[in-house]
Write a protein that binds this ligand. Structure first.
Ligand SMILES: [Zn+2]
Length: 241
């Protein structure tokens, strides 16, 4: 038994640019299993056609089938044929434990990113519970049937990963630098100097006038040298887009 699978667009990033596959899948295999065997998690698949007709992930493949597999795109496809719907609203993320640097960048830009969960199953349940998108380089995690939204980072370079996410989820309009806690993802709220006199060193009080506090963990932020470095990074990064 031989089937053919043709991948389109960004799905080929996951197969080192290869887009046409012809192989014997074995008996009783679903198209979902066949696609994931190529290294493409179902969360990256927008819709599938088989010999020109729409099919879903549960289709059992048969000899001679030719499948076309598409990533999210603007083709006019009826909702009932869409397998992974577009994410609606302001995207929120749960990142796997290997993505610490990317998480810092996302939080710096004000993009909500939960981080620090080690167990894959707990990452998945957190994402489902909060309607968030899983970010990972581990494709196996995204193959779990229950995972709804997930993205495989193509690069292992944090700055390039950040660009990938910004383009993939159209995040430019959601960027609000310095509005989120770098430590815990909580929202920052402005506080008056008088409210935090006992919480920061005196030299800081004497040098700065504007402060913000994390509404979750209470960490206090001010415009120190770290802030300047981050501002420079953000300016350069946004200019490079
Ligand atoms: Zn915090």
């Amino acid at each position: 038994m031989i089937i053919k699978i043709r991948l389109f667009g960004s799905l080929c990033d996951l197969t080192s640019g290869k887009y046409l596959f012809e192989f014997d899948p074995g008996i009783n295999q679903t198209i979902k299993d066949c696609i994931e065997r190529l290294g493409v998690p179902h969360t990256e698949v927008f819709f599938i056609t088989m010999n020109g007709n729409f099919v879903d992930f549960s289709k059992i493949v048969c000899d001679g089938d030719f499948y076309c597999v598409y990533p999210e795109c603007d083709l006019p496809v009826e909702d009932r044929y869409i397998l992974t719907p577009k994410y609606l609203g302001e995207p929120k993320f749960v990142a796997d434990i290997h993505l610490g640097k990317l998480v810092k960048y996302l939080r710096m830009l004000g993009i909500s990113t939960v981080y620090g969960i080690i167990d894959d199953k707990l990452i998945i349940s957190k994402a489902l519970e909060t309607n968030s998108i899983i970010l990972t380089r581990d494709r196996n995690m995204l193959k779990e049937n229950v995972v709804k939204y997930g993205y495989v980072l193509r690069s292992d370079v944090p700055k390039i990963q950040l660009k990938e996410i910004i383009f993939r989820y159209d995040l430019i309009k959601y960027i609000k630098p310095f509005t989120r806690c770098m430590e815990c993802n909580g929202k920052l709220v402005p506080v008056l100097k008088a409210e935090i006199v006992n919480e920061v060193p005196e030299r800081v009080l004497n040098t700065f006038n504007e402060f913000a506090k994390c509404s979750n963990c209470g960490k206090i932020y001010w415009g120190g040298s770290h802030y300047q470095n981050m501002s420079n990074f953000i300016r350069q990064f946004l200019n490079s887009l």
